[in-house]
Design a protein. Structure first.
Length: 339
C-alpha cells in the first residue's frame, strides 16, 4: 500500500480524551484517527508529558485555529506535539524552516515520473488534502514575506495550486497547522538564537500561542529514575539541579553571576538523559581514577561549549557534587558486594 492510499483510507474517530491521555474516562470528546500511517509518529512509552499538554489538548478540541508553540531550545516543543499526535494516530507532515525556504517547498512541485510530468504534493498540501498536522519547526528562521503567503491557509481558506491545473484543496476537517520556534515571533532580544527573524504582525495575529518552558525537576527526576537506575538517587537529583542551573545561566537568570550574564549552551532533557546514560557507561573508569560523571559531562555537552564555558561547567560540577567521589566509590563497592 502506497502512502497516498494509506492517507486516502484514513478514518477519523471520536475518542475519549481522558482515556487517551490519562487512562480514565472523562466524557470529553477529542478526534483522532482509527489507523496509523507512515506519517504517524511512533509512541515513546517512556515519554513524560509536559504539563503544557493540557493547553494543546484544549486546542485540539477547539475549532482549527493555527497553533504557535515557543520556548527555549531543548524544552521539548516538537517532541510534545509528536507524542500527543501519536496518542491519536494523527499523521504529521513536517518541515524545518530556514531562510531560503520558499512557498513551493510547502505546497509541492512538478516532477518527471516515467517520462510524465506529475505534481508531487508537499507537506502542507498533503495535510490539507487528507487530514493531519502540518508542522513547521523553527518557523522564526523563515522570511516573513514567505510566511505571509500562508495567511489564507491560517484563516481556513482553500489552497489553490496553479502548477497542478489550478487544483483547489478545501481544508480537511482534521487539518491542523502547528508551528514551533524559540522566540514568540517578535525577534530574539537575548542574542541566543542567531537567525531568528521578527515576524509580520498580521501573520502572528492569526495564531493561538502556547509557551513550553523546561520540564519541572520532579518530571526529570522521575525520568532519570526509569532510565538511569544504576546512578544513586541523590546524584540523579543533583544532576537535574545542575541542568536547571545551566539553563538559568543560559537564559541569563543564574543565581551566581561570577560566571557572567549568559552562556552559549544549555541542557535539554535529551542532553540530560545522554549525560546520565554516558555516566553509567563510563562507570568502570572510576577504578582508573577517572570521574565518570564529569567525563560523561564533556561528551554530553561540554565539548560543544567554548573553553571558558567548559571550565565553568566543571567548576559548577565540583561545587554541586561535593561528595561525588565517595558516593560513586560506595555505589561501586555495593555493586561488587551484591555481585
Amino acid at each position: 500500500m502506497t502512502y497516498l492510499s494509506q492517507l486516502s483510507s484514513l478514518n477519523p474517530v471520536e475518542l475519549d480524551a481522558g482515556s487517551v491521555f490519562s487512562g480514565k474516562a472523562s466524557g470529553r470528546v477529542i478526534k483522532g484517527f482509527e489507523e496509523k500511517t507512515v506519517f504517524t509518529p511512533k509512541a515513546d512509552m517512556d515519554y513524560a508529558f509536559h504539563e503544557t499538554m493540557r493547553e494543546i489538548i484544549v486546542w485540539l478540541m477547539a475549532p482549527p485555529h493555527p497553533l504557535y508553540v515557543y520556548g527555549p531550545t531543548g524544552s521539548g516543543k516538537t517532541s510534545l506535539i509528536r507524542q500527543l499526535a501519536a496518542k491519536m494516530n494523527y499523521p504529521i507532515f513536517d518541515v524545518t524552516g530556514h531562510g531560503r525556504m520558499e512557498f513551493c517547498d510547502l505546497v509541492g512541485h512538478l516532477s518527471v515520473t516515467d517520462g510524465t510530468m506529475t505534481f508531487q504534493y508537499g507537506p502542507l498540501a498533503l495535510a490539507m488534502k487528507y487530514g493531519g498536522m502540518f508542522l513547521i519547526n523553527e518557523i522564526d528562521l523563515m522570511e516573513p514575506s514567505t510566511l505571509t503567503g500562508l495567511n489564507g491557509v491560517l484563516d481556513g481558506d482553500p489552497l489553490t495550486i496553479p502548477e497542478n491545473g489550478g487544483e483547489v484543496i478545501v481544508p480537511h476537517p482534521m487539518f491542523r497547522f502547528v508551528a514551533t520556534a524559540n522566540t514568540n515571533g517578535g525577534s530574539d532580544e537575548t542574542g541566543l538564537y542567531q537567525g531568528a527573524l521578527r515576524q509580520n504582525l498580521a501573520f502572528m495575529d492569526r495564531f493561538w500561542l502556547c509557551e513550553v518552558p523546561y520540564p519541572p525537576a520532579i518530571a526529570e527526576n522521575n525520568l532519570l529514575a526509569k532510565t538511569a537506575p544504576a546512578i544513586p538517587e541523590n546524584i540523579r537529583k543533583t544532576m537535574v539541579a545542575f541542568a536547571g542551573e545551566v539553563r538559568r545561566l543560559f537564559l541569563g537568570e543564574g543565581s551566581d553571576q561570577q560566571f557572567g550574564e549568559t552562556i552559549e549552551v544549555t541542557f535539554s532533557t535529551r542532553t540530560l538523559l545522554r549525560w546520565a546514560d554516558l555516566t553509567q557507561r563510563f562507570h568502570p573508569l572510576a577504578r582508573q581514577g577517572v570521574q565518570p560523571l564529569t567525563y560523561a559531562l564533556d561528551r554530553a555537552l561540554g565539548f560543544r561549549a567554548s573553553k571558558e564555558t567548559r571550565s565553568m561547567l566543571h567548576e559548577l560540577a565540583q561545587r554541586m557534587f561535593p561528595q561525588l567521589s565517595s558516593d560513586m566509590v560506595n555505589a561501586d563497592e555495593q555493586e561488587v558486594a551484591t555481585g
